[in-house]
Design a protein around this ligand. Structure first.
Ligand SMILES: Cc1cc2nc3c(=O)[nH]c(=O)nc-3n(C[C@H](O)[C@H](O)[C@H](O)COP(=O)(O)OP(=O)(O)OC[C@H]3O[C@@H](n4cnc5c(N)ncnc54)[C@H](O)[C@@H]3O)c2cc1C
Length: 451
């Protein structure tokens, strides 16, 4: 292996970062324009990178910490997701075997550690309430399959001793204003984030509380990583960093540097956000001021009604594509916008006059065997990548875990992360591309009305 790794590509985020566009202007950070020397360099300013930064600031005294972000804080996937910070695994182990129950209980406990981290940060940095709200989510069912899934899920929750509430179609209408849902399963432990507000305030809170110890640079992508005796030199287009240790928190872009090659699946999903709803539209809609519905079929639509600094809106996310190039076109975003419009109109026929203000897409990283890309990947380079689609909680854990690993801190997160196999190798590119997209399409078709 050569001593130098050059980034094969840099992140491109299609469409506007809607969640950030509806909050007041947040502090911006300088571009790296000189050579700096630091103890720690964090590459990537999403959930993993910023959680690593906060953890490092908490457990080191005099160490210098720098974070470089290719784009701007909260403009990438961390600021463009649907904001469900989920404590329960999507799939719970079936059957009543004690070992499966214990595995699920361990994961729930760890996920809740991530949720607690977000709640503590919200309190410490005086974030507005809408940044992090403990309002729970509903798994909505629109047909018999969805109802069956929710019933089985509830049975597993009984085995785990977890709380939930069954909601009738009438109760679903009272909450969402929509008659579309046949029933629902209310899961109270989920935190609802305004993702761009949370990520922006997290970055700003860490910076403000740590003075000269911690600095953030935006528009400063790592383009080359080179070994220099016992340190690393990282180049950006206009500057460079000499660092003793690196935390790679770039999710799927780890592969752009040759880490976990042919083992990471790069996937996009698509979303639209309405214009501010008028008083008249809100009356027609009815229901509660804010709620979040995840689909009981993972290929279905995620829908949120939000209320906050910038009025009341509905956000809808659906469709998936597998894109090993890690790029999708604006045309694709606009084409899939038609699917969001259809799903919106199916659910809210009383709001046919409502227009979408923003449409966007975002990258996620999965592995075939649903494991993280975690650990020391070269001497003093620690990976906190591949969150398998649920990165608000898993990215937070990966960031904290990478720091614990790098500082030899005894940690339940590290013990868990180290217990997984490596991400499985993918089939050769044309096969994986055609195969994965065919499977996605087939599953979306099967999701039917849930879309
Ligand atoms: C539309 C949508 C909806 C979603 N909904 C949810 C949800 O409700 N709940 C949930 O848990 N997850 C959701 N996700 C997934 C979630 O957003 C991701 O899993 C999460 O953002 C991953 O966090 P991360 O910090 O690992 O990576 P990212 O958030 O991708 O952050 C990595 C950062 O690294 C930067 N970077 C990359 N390369 C370089 C480089 N060379 N130099 C410097 N910086 C670099 C990127 O610009 C980026 O900001 C959703 C995603 C999308 C797109």
């Amino acid at each position: 292996m050569s001593n130098t790794r050059v980034a094969k590509r840099l992140p491109r985020d299609p469409g506007p970062p809607a969640w950030r566009s509806i909050i007041p202007e947040q502090p911006r950070y300088p571009k790296l324009e000189n050579k700096i020397i630091t103890d720690w360099l964090i590459v990537g300013g999403g959930f993993a990178g910023l959680s690593a930064a906060r953890r490092l600031c908490q457990i080191t005294n005099t160490d210098k910490i720098a974070l470089i972000e290719a784009s701007e804080i909260a403009a990438g996937p961390a600021g463009r997701n649907s904001g469900f910070m989920i404590d329960l695994p999507h799939e719970l182990g079936s059957g009543s075997y004690q070992d499966k129950i214990e595995v699920d209980q361990k994961h729930i406990k760890l996920n809740r550690q991530a949720l607690q981290f977000a709640k503590d940060a919200a309190e410490e940095y005086s974030m507005p309430t809408e940044a992090v709200e403990p309002s729970g989510r509903i798994n909505g069912a629109v047909n018999i399959n969805g109802e069956k899934h929710n019933k089985e899920y509830a049975q597993h929750l009984d085995q785990l001793g977890e709380q939930y509430k069954n909601l009738s179609s009438f109760e679903m209408e009272k909450i969402t204003g929509s008659t579309f849902y046949k029933s629902g399963l209310f899961l109270p432990g989920c935190l609802m984030l305004q993702p761009a507000l949370y990520i922006s305030k997290l970055a700003n809170g860490i910076s403000q509380s740590n003075g000269n110890k911690f600095s953030i640079y935006e528009h400063s992508p790592a383009i080359e990583i080179k070994k220099n005796n016992d340190s690393w030199e990282i180049k950006t287009p206009t500057g460079s960093v000499i660092a003793k240790k690196i935390i790679m928190a770039v999710n799927g872009h780890a592969e752009s540097f040759g880490f976990f090659e042919k083992r990471l699946m790069h996937v996009f999903t698509y979303a639209s956000m309405t214009k501010k709803l008028t008083k008249d539209q809100l009356t027609k809609l009815g229901g509660e001021k804010k709620w979040g519905v995840t689909p009981s079929n993972p290929m279905g639509s995620t829908v949120r009604k939000i209320t906050g600094i910038n009025g009341d809106r509905i956000v809808i996310r659906n469709r998936w594509t597998f894109d090993p190039s890690m790029e999708v076109s604006e045309q694709r975003v606009s084409k899939f916008g038609n699917d969001q419009d259809k799903s919106f109109n199916d659910r809210f026929p009383m709001l046919l006059d409502v227009e979408m203000e923003y449409r966007w897409a975002g990258r996620l990283c999965l592995s075939l065997n649903s494991v993280p890309a975690f650990g020391e990947v070269d001497k003093n380079i620690f990976s906190a990548c591949c969150q398998n689609g649920i990165g608000t909680a898993k990215g937070t854990l990966a960031g904290i875990g990478a720091v614990d690993l790098a500082t030899n801190t005894d940690s339940a997160i590290v013990n868990d992360m180290k217990s997984y196999d490596a991400p499985k190798k993918l089939p050769p590119k044309p096969i994986s591309y055609l195969g994965a997209n065919a499977i996605i399409k087939w599953r979306e078709l099967k999701a039917g009305k849930e879309l």
